[in-house]
Design a protein around this ligand. Sequence first.
Ligand code: CU
Length: 167
Amino acid sequence: MRRLWKGIFVAAVVILASVSLFIFLISPKTTNNGSVVSICSELGASSVAKGNSTASASSSVANFLIVDADPGGPYEGMNGSAYHGLSSWPVMHVFKGQKVTIRIINCAPSEAHGFSITHYFVAGVAVRAEQSYTFTFIANTVGSFRIFCNIFCAIHPLMQNGLLVVS
Ligand SMILES: [Cu+2]
C-alpha cells in the first residue's frame, strides 16, 4: 500500500512539473524592454522605481527610471512623489563624470507629464500618456539640481520637488 501511495505521489509531481513547464513555455515573455503599458502593469508587483537612488560610485554610468503616474497608484507623481510632502522626491545621486541615463515612462492613461532638470535638461520634455522618453548626459557639473514637471497637469504641484545631486 505504501508503494502505491509513493507511486501516486511521484506521478503527481511529474504531472505538476510538466504542466508548469508547459505553462512557462507558452506564456508571453514580458520584460522591461516591452511597451510602456506592459511595464506599467508590472510595476505594482515590483520595486523597480524607487524614489531615491544612488549610483554606484565605481561605475562610469548611472541609470534611472522615472515613473509618472496619476492619482491612485503607488507611483502617483514622479515615483510616488505625491506621498512625500515637501521633502525632495525622487532624489538621484550621481558622481561627477558619470554618464547618466534617465528613462521616463508615463503610466498615466490620458495625461501628459513633463520632466525637466535645472542646468542639465532645461528644455525638458513632455511625455505623452503611455509613452516613454530616454535621454543621456554627462554629469560634469557638481551641485544640486531641481527636477520638476515643466508642463501643466492635474497633479502639477506634486511633481516639483525632485533632485539630482552630483558630487
Ligand atoms: Cu505638471
